[in-house]
Write a protein that binds this ligand. Structure first.
Ligand SMILES: [Zn+2]
Length: 413
C-alpha cells in the first residue's frame, strides 16, 4: 500500500495545471517537470523504449515475455490537472481507517468533507482516504491513473511468471483542456487498442460518450434612437432571445440524465446592434445528434426569413461517441469486465455524459474504453481518493493484461 501512496504523493505535489488560453503543448511549462520525472521513473523501474517527445507525451513498453503473438495493448492517463481550481502547493491529508464521519479538511476556514453531502464517501468506511487540505484540488484526476499504471508495470516486471504480450503505456499533457489526444502519435504508440485509466469510482467501465458540437449564433441588429425607432430599430438581443425561446425547454442539462441529450447555451453577450450566444449540443445517439443540429439550422432559417440576413450560425463538431468504434471490437470491453469480475469488483457500465481522450483516440484508430481510477469530486477542494481503489485499479490493469493473453491463447486452440 505504501508504495502506491508514495508514488501518488510524489506526483500530486508537482503543480501541472493546464491552461486553455495557451497555444503551446504542453500548455504550461510546469507540466514538463512531471513529464521528465515520469520518463526517469519508467527507466528506473525497467521499462523499455522510454520516450518523452517534444509535446510532452511520455511513452514506454513492457515487452512481451511469451513466444506467441498477442496483440499489443495500451494504458493511458493524463498528468495535467484542471484549470478550474488551483493545484499550487497541494498538501494531501491521509486518513487511515476512515470512521465514516465528517472529515475536517481545513479547520481555519471550516471546510468539511461530509458523507452527508458527498454520500459516496460512506462506502469507504474503514479504508485509507487521501484528501486535500481544503485549499487546492488533489489531482487524483488523473495522477491516480498514472500511479496505477506505473505500479502495475512495476509489478509485472517483478513478477515475470505472469505471462503477457507487449504492453504500451502513455502519459499525456493537457487532457483537461481537451487537447490530450491532439498530438498523440497513435502510430508510434502501436497498440491495437488501449484503455484510459481516468474514471471515477471503483468499478466504472465506459465505452459510450456524447457526440458533441459547439454552436455560435450571432445577430447583427440596427441601433436607432429609441424615441424615433418605429419601423427602423432591429434589436439583436430580442432576436437572440427569440432564438433561445424556440429551443425545446425540457432538453436542457438540468432536465436530462442517462442517454438523454440536450442543448446548452451557456453564454450570451451583446447590445442592440450586435449580440452573440454560445452553446453546446450533446447526444449519445448520432441520428438524434444530427437532428439537433438540423433543428438549430431550421430555427435560424425561419428567423432569417422574418428578419433578413442578419443572423450568422456556426456549428462545429467537437467529438463523437466512441461506441461506434468500440462495438466492432467489443471483446476489449468484455476483457475489462471479466477482469473486474475475476477480482470481485462489480463493473459499473454506463454512458459517459461528456467526452474523454479515449473518444478522440478511438476515432484516430485506437479504440479506447475508460476504466476507473478511483477518485471522487474532481476539479475542486473536495477531491479525494481511497487508496484501496487505487490498488484495485492496479489489479485490474494486471488482470486485463493477463486475460488478453489468455483470450488469444484460447482463440488459437
Ligand atoms: Zn481526467
Amino acid at each position: 500500500m505504501q508504495n502506491i501512496i508514495d508514488r501518488f504523493l510524489s506526483y500530486v505535489e508537482i503543480d501541472t495545471q493546464s491552461d486553455p488560453h495557451s497555444t503551446t503543448t504542453p500548455s504550461t511549462e510546469k507540466q514538463w517537470v512531471l513529464a521528465k520525472k515520469l520518463e526517469q521513473e519508467l527507466k528506473q523501474i525497467g521499462m523499455s523504449d522510454v520516450t518523452l517527445d517534444d509535446n510532452g507525451y511520455v511513452m514506454a513498453t513492457l515487452p512481451s515475455n511469451v513466444e506467441r503473438i498477442i496483440p499489443v495493448i495500451g494504458f493511458i492517463s493524463h498528468y495535467d490537472t484542471s484549470p478550474d481550481f488551483t493545484a499550487t502547493g497541494v498538501k494531501p491529508k491521509i486518513i487511515t481507517n476512515y470512521d465514516g464521519k465528517d472529515i475536517v479538511l481545513n479547520p481555519e476556514e471550516n471546510i468539511v468533507l461530509s458523507p452527508n453531502y458527498f454520500d459516496d464517501l460512506k462506502q469507504y468506511k474503514g479504508q485509507t482516504i487521501i484528501t486535500t487540505d481544503g485549499t487546492t484540488l488533489l489531482g487524483a484526476d488523473d495522477k491516480a491513473g498514472v500511479a496505477e499504471i506505473v505500479t502495475a508495470m512495476e509489478y509485472l516486471i517483478n513478477n515475470p511468471h505472469i505471462r503477457h504480450g507487449a504492453v504500451r503505456i502513455a502519459f499525456t499533457p493537457d487532457e483537461e483542456i481537451g487537447r490530450g489526444a491532439h498530438k498523440f502519435d497513435v502510430k508510434k504508440f502501436g497498440a491495437q487498442w488501449a484503455y484510459t485509466m481516468d474514471g471515477s469510482q471503483i468499478g466504472e467501465l465506459e465505452y459510450e460518450n456524447f457526440n458533441a458540437a459547439e454552436v455560435v449564433v450571432s445577430v447583427k441588429g440596427k441601433s436607432v434612437h429609441p424615441g424615433y425607432a418605429k419601423g427602423k430599430m432591429i434589436n439583436a438581443i430580442n432576436i437572440l432571445n427569440e432564438f433561445l425561446s424556440l429551443l425545446p425547454k425540457k432538453e436542457r442539462p438540468q432536465y436530462t440524465a442517462h442517454r438523454e441529450g440536450f442543448f446548452h447555451f451557456h453564454s450570451i453577450e451583446g447590445n442592440v446592434s450586435q449580440a452573440k450566444t454560445t452553446g453546446i449540443i450533446r447526444d449519445h445517439d448520432r441520428v438524434k445528434f444530427d437532428a439537433r443540429k438540423e433543428l438549430i439550422e431550421q430555427i435560424v432559417g425561419d428567423l432569417t426569413d422574418r428578419f433578413g440576413n442578419i443572423i450568422t450560425l456556426e456549428i462545429q463538431d467537437q467529438y463523437y461517441n466512441m461506441k461506434e468504434k468500440v462495438e466492432p471490437v467489443m471483446h476489449i470491453v468484455d476483457i475489462a469486465e471479466q477482469a473486474m469480475l475475476a477480482l470481485d469488483i462489480e463493473p459499473i457500465i454506463k454512458p459517459i455524459r461528456g467526452g474523454t481522450d479515449g473518444s478522440q483516440l478511438s476515432y484516430m484508430g485506437l479504440p479506447c474504453p475508460n476504466i476507473f481510477a478511483g477518485g471522487h469530486n474532481f476539479h475542486g477542494p473536495y477531491e479525494y481518493i481511497p487508496v484501496e481503489s487505487m490498488e484495485r485499479a492496479t489489479d485490474v490493469i494486471v488482470k486485463v493484461i493477463e486475460l488478453t493473453s489468455k483470450y488469444y491463447d484460447e482463440k488459437e486452440d
